[in-house]
Design a protein around this ligand. Structure first.
Ligand SMILES: [Fe+2]
Length: 301
């Protein structure tokens, strides 16, 4: 049976830098939906607020949250969650996703930090996801995050932790294949093996993106370049393994002309057509692993 999704096809992040190149009544056909970070728009009124409304009234939108800090030690910001619910309702967002990370403790940080991979953290995050979902009155899809320093006191590896949180919270999964690539390189594991171990039956949404290298030789998840070939191969492998799911091109810095972004969104659509007859969603087990393409094996090199 084909799985149904809240959104379909290929999407693009609606950045303010792109507004001069777009018209809400004349969006290129290859863009099936848009995504925004609600924190960037929730308090925007005036002319920009009217433009945003013109888009949300005409197009399908996904909200990708930045600041819920689901893994953080500070209490959930209930007032913010209520404001978020009103914003999501007002603009009829089809889906809401957040990061499996945290960005606040005693103060707000502007980066997303990894959660310690412990049993206690699994229960902590799962409980906060349930509370947030109750207040928002909609499911939250949780995204695998990139991280640069291994969390201390780990009792399990990253893959086990992600699957444990998804299972404990019984929530949806937002798969970011670039984050797998970035982490696999920086922390020296095999990206394809990692991908195959994920709870594919929970995937409702995906991200593909580019990254940069820093002087120390690490990959930084900047969303500031076109996606590289190994990341596209990971997306192919995800479609091949789990079936096609709605996927967005993330581009948040060093933003090129719209035409360049549309080529990448078109590449997502091409892959979705190519693997579109695959409806089988691999369950949370490694028993149905297909052969790994040789090119992707090198992703963690
Ligand atoms: Fe992402």
């Amino acid at each position: 049976m084909m799985k149904t999704f809240a959104v379909n096809g290929a999407g693009l992040g609606l950045r303010r830098e792109l507004l001069p190149s777009l018209e809400p009544d004349n969006v290129p056909e290859v863009i099936n939906f848009f995504e925004v970070s609600p924190e960037n728009w929730i308090d925007i009124g005036g002319r920009l607020g009217k433009i945003f409304r013109a888009y949300t009234e005409r197009h399908v939108f996904v909200a990708h949250g930045l600041s819920l800090s689901l893994g953080g030690p500070a209490p959930l910001d209930i007032a913010f969650l209520r404001r978020m619910k009103a914003f999501l309702d007002e603009h009829n967002f089809a889906l809401y996703t957040e990061h499996l990370s945290f960005c606040s403790d005693d103060r707000h940080h502007y980066d997303l930090y990894p959660i310690p991979f412990t049993e206690e953290a699994v229960r902590h995050v799962a409980e906060r996801i349930r509370i947030a979902q109750d207040i928002l009155e909609r499911p939250i899809a949780l995204e695998n995050a990139s991280y640069y320093v291994k969390p201390p006191f780990a009792e399990m590896d990253e893959l086990t932790f992600i699957n444990a949180v998804l299972t404990e919270a019984d929530c949806d999964f937002h798969l970011d294949v670039n984050n797998i690539y970035v982490n696999s390189f920086n922390h020296n594991y095999d990206a394809a093996t990692f991908l195959h171990g994920l709870c594919g039956d929970r995937i409702v949404y995906g991200h593909v993106a580019g990254h940069d290298w820093d002087k120390s030789g690490m990959i930084i998840d900047t969303h500031g370049q076109a996606a590289c070939d190994p990341v596209w191969l990971l997306l192919e492998l995800a479609y091949q393994t789990f079936g096609v799911f709605p996927t967005l091109l993330e581009r948040d810095s060093n933003i090129p002309p719209l035409a360049d972004l549309l080529v990448e969104v078109g590449h997502i659509a091409d892959l979705q057509r190519r693997f579109g007859n695959r409806s089988g969603i691999a369950p949370c087990t490694s028993e149905r692993i297909p052969p790994v393409p040789a090119q992707v094996e090198g992703a963690s090199a």
